[in-house]
Design a protein around this ligand. Structure first.
Ligand code: DON
Length: 573
């Protein structure tokens, strides 16, 4: 692993300022210089580890644990740092899911998914002829659900050891003093410039004269002030007072509907994690309102009936079986999954052996299924998100997936408060049969209702082996999220891969509709040819997911890997 890390380091991004170094933002001997830092793709740590979408965020998380914080402290500080250094997906104005396991075995699920504002209504994205206007659910002021992230951070705090004031300080310093951006960030800020201007009523820090380039420093003074209000007043420092006022003023200037009451009434919710077994491992994942846990449970429970190892890694036989299972799981998602506080989600039936056997009863090996013929099961019963994985020295494990939905969310920056709002309302079903930005379909279960949380695919997941911590995994990627986590777990458990291989092998994805198999460009051409011969429509696409994984080895080492598809980076000690 070490050797690979060094090689990748040489190839991967070095982020270097053209100006002088500034003092380190995290003290106690652990220097973090936001003007000079590098991506580290994988490493073996003996105590604590973080893998996240940005080197500075992972370094802050690791430094916080070195200072005496646990994995929950690190998860809070890493998310706050991502909100500054990774504005496309790290956020204060979005939402997410945290799944944790304390070293004493206690499981913690925190749902801080955005919710529909009180003034939202089922048909709010349809014109008077009933035609969908998805531009409104995808960009600008009307696209945002009530932000949940800050409530989620404070709901995590009781499990942490250090005061919030300490955990937020690195983010404040990075926002105030600035940090150096890399090639990837510079180019996406440039390509989003026009929509920042169009959908924000005040010019945000992301818009500058001329083009951004690698090595430029991004300073976010308004965001620093927002973080300081949270430092001083806690969650009310965001959901009430000055920040709430700035959000509502932004809404009023741009015809949005989030109100002071919406903000004040928002709460994060504790959810019981979804647990099941797979080939002798305990899998723990997130329950609705994320579809992620249910989908991977259906997929893995189906896989358990087949000898994947014997079939071989990504052979046509293995891939075809996985595709057909995905086709059926995503059909069920469209019909049956939504916010359980508003819709009775039939999780128990969906995960029963009898139901899953019946779902696969029309599966024909060697022949492509047809989505039009695969309906959701009958049940009668009363491209930006970001993931971080953390393990600490005591063996606490935390997986967090958080999002603004699309890259830079609604593209609306709250004037004077410096943070982007989400476009998560697009994850509701605007109208049955109308695909959202990820091609996902939905109906009654995921219709818009005030206060309801839109269905998600986010899948923060933990795996135990012999009842001991084994794997922390998760990823962004819209509807491809459960697929990536599913394939990552199969790669580790069935094909014995290390963390780095498991997340970086080529991926494929089927989501029922559209009836096609998406494959990454590096996908095996021979397997692809044979799948086409069976009748599959294969579509090549750019990277699927940016998965961060930590695998705990029997000798206690934390094998830590960050996805090669971005600037994702690991840190630890
Ligand atoms: O919650 C969801 O399923 C989506 N809003 C996630 C969006 C996402 O992963 C975009 N990332 N590439």
């Amino acid at each position: 692993m070490r050797k690979i890390a060094v090689l990748l380091l040489a190839m991967a991004g070095q982020f270097t300022a053209f100006s002088q170094p500034v003092p380190s933002i995290v003290g106690r001997g652990k220097q973090i210089d936001p003007y000079h830092y590098s991506v580290v793709k994988n490493a073996m740590f003996s105590k604590a580890a973080v893998s996240s979408a940005h080197p500075l965020a992972s370094m802050v998380g690791a430094a916080i644990m070195q200072e005496g914080g646990n994995a929950f402290d690190a998860a809070i500080a890493t998310q706050l740092t991502l909100a500054v250094v990774y504005p496309g997906a790290g956020n204060l104005g979005g939402g997410g899911f945290l799944l944790g396991r304390k070293s004493n075995g206690e499981l913690i699920g925190i749902d801080y998914r955005e919710a529909a504002p009180a003034k939202a209504s089922r048909d709010m994205y349809l014109d008077k002829n009933g035609n969908p206007q998805l531009n409104l659910s995808q960009t600008g002021h009307l696209a945002s659900g009530i932000p949940g992230t800050v409530a989620g951070l404070f709901a995590t705090l009781p499990y942490a050891k250090l005061p919030f004031a300490r955990l937020v300080q690195p983010a404040i310093d990075l926002a105030e003093k600035g940090f150096v951006i890399g090639e990837r960030e510079a180019s996406s800020l440039n390509s989003t410039r026009e929509s920042f201007v169009k959908y924000s009523t005040r010019t945000p820090a992301f818009v500058k004269e001329g083009k951004w380039k690698a090595g430029d420093t991004l300073i976010q003074k308004d965001l620093a002030a927002t973080l300081r209000r949270m430092q001083k007043d806690g969650a009310p420092g965001f959901y009430e007072g000055e920040t709430a006022k700035l959000i509502v003023e932004e809404m009023q200037r741009g015809n949005g509907i989030i109100s002071l009451d919406d903000l004040k009434n928002y709460t994060a919710k504790l959810r019981s994690p979804l647990e099941f077994d797979y080939r002798g491992h305990r899998i723990i994942s997130f329950a609705p309102p994320s579809s992620g846990g249910v989908i991977i449970a259906q997929l893995l429970k189906i896989m358990e009936k087949y000898p994947l190892k014997e079939y071989g890694f990504q052979t046509p036989k293995t891939v075809q079986l996985m595709i057909e299972a995905e086709r059926r799981a995503y059909a069920d998602r469209a019909e049956h999954l939504g916010d359980p506080d508003f819709y009775k989600v039939p999780v128990k039936t969906m995960l029963s052996d009898a139901y899953l056997a019946q779902r696969m009863s029309d599966y024909v090996p060697d022949k492509a299924g047809v989505s039009a013929a695969v309906k959701p099961g009958m049940i009668k019963e009363s491209e930006e998100t970001t993931h971080l994985s953390v393990v600490d020295a005591a063996g606490n494990m935390v997986a967090v997936t958080t999002t603004l939905n699309g890259g830079y969310g609604s593209r609306t920056v709250v004037g004077g408060a410096g943070f982007l709002l989400n476009n998560e309302m697009d994850d509701f079903s605007a109208k049955p049969g109308v695909p959202n930005m990820y091609g996902a379909l939905g109906g009654e279960a995921n219709a818009i209702v005030p206060g309801k949380r839109m269905l998600s695919s986010m899948t923060p997941t933990l795996v135990l082996k012999n009842n001991k911590p084994y794997l922390v995994i998760g990823t962004p990627g819209g509807t491809t999220i459960p697929t990536s986590v599913f394939q990552g777990i199969v790669n580790v458990i069935d094909f014995n891969m290390n963390a780095d291989d498991a997340i970086n092998k080529p991926k494929f994805h089927h989501q029922w509709q559209p009836d096609e198999v998406d494959v990454e460009k590096s996908f095996d051409p021979e397997t692809k040819k044979q799948l086409q011969a069976m009748g599959y429509k294969i579509v090549e696409r750019n990277g699927i997911g940016r998965t961060e994984a930590i695998r705990l080895l029997p000798n206690g080492k934390r094998e830590t890997a960050a996805d090669k598809r971005g600037d994702d980076s690991v840190a630890g000690f």
